[in-house]
Ligand binder design. Structure first.
Ligand code: ZN
Length: 300
């Protein structure tokens, strides 16, 4: 399971570590961290393999003077594998990494790309929260090792408030801030492809720990209608999706506000992460409704 994607995570991570150690002892190869999909010419989605430890999706865009990477996984080794995959496609420099948000399943490999010469960029709150808010994923009393992990995360070099346009030679990449998931999320668009970060999860229950419902629904509507609509969506978790998949995810967020647990199970128990996240999702909705939800604060 993903460290950033739920409570009680330290125990799960330990279990994974033990499982991986056993696999190594018996000579079973590590699962590939991700599957690469070329979703448009020079535009690649790296879809994290469940159970591999990658923890999330990532991707990259090859321009004609450099490469831009979107997110860096939850494991340094997965980030190294992504850099190697980029090197198989192009010798151009990796110039930028965009962190779609601060959650540690999307930023842990930052240093790998910084070492390769990339500038790490993100919305301003990512720099404020990467070393503070990520501690909550390790429970109320994070162990020293967890504290060291969070303290050691590579923060963004360069931050923006609303977004930034980047020219990779003749390829234009638009990075735009969108609300609803953490309060510091960016989407990355080139052509008809949108990398959504965790604002969209395909056929997966989301982590709503920092979510605000009304802005998220507005963001999701904007993904599929209006002047900014896209047609190919690379989610933070799950396979590459369509506008219909984004619509289904929006339906889940709406249903969560009004359906009974029985109704939700009937519709969504086939989605990945259902048994893990349905409880926290309902608790997050209840907390938001009662005004007791604790959200990360800008500048905190
Ligand atoms: Zn995530």
């Amino acid at each position: 399971m993903d460290a950033a994607d739920g409570a009680g995570v330290a125990g799960i991570s330990l279990r994974w570590a033990l499982a991986l150690a056993l696999l190594a002892a018996f000579g079973v190869a590590q699962k590939p961290y991700f599957a690469l999909h070329e979703v448009a010419p020079g535009v690649f989605a790296a879809i994290g393999t469940p159970g591999s430890g990658a923890g999330s999706n990532a991707g990259f865009i090859i321009g004609d003077n450099g490469v831009l990477v979107i997110d860096t996984f939850q494991k340094v080794e997965a980030a190294r594998a992504l850099l190697a995959a980029i090197r198989e496609k192009t010798a151009l420099p990796v110039r930028f990494v965009v962190n779609t948000h601060y959650h540690l399943d999307h930023v842990t490999g930052n240093q790998v790309f910084a070492d390769a010469g990339a500038t790490i960029i993100a919305q301003r709150n990512v720099r404020a929260w990467i070393h503070t808010e990520n501690l909550k994923f390790f429970g109320p009393h994070p162990a020293p090792a967890a504290q060291a992990t969070v303290a050691g995360l590579r923060a963004p070099d360069l931050v923006y408030d609303d977004g930034v346009e980047i020219d990779l030679g003749r390829r234009r990449v638009e990075v735009a801030v969108r609300l609803g998931h953490t309060g510091g999320d960016s989407v990355v668009r080139t052509g008809d492809v949108l990398f959504t970060g965790d604002l969209f999860w395909r056929h997966s229950l989301p982590n709503l720990i920092d979510e605000t419902t009304a802005p998220l629904l507005t963001t999701l509507r904007g993904f599929t209608s209006g002047s900014q609509a896209a047609t190919v969506f690379v989610p933070g978790h799950g396979e590459v999706g369509t506008a219909a998949d984004v619509g289904e995810f929006r339906g889940y967020i709406e249903d969560l506000q009004r359906d009974t647990p029985t109704e939700l199970a009937a519709k969504y128990s086939g989605w990945s992460g259902y048994s893990h996240f349905i409880g926290p999702n309902l608790a997050d909705v209840a907390a938001e409704r009662s005004g007791t939800k604790k959200l990360p604060r800008p500048g905190a």
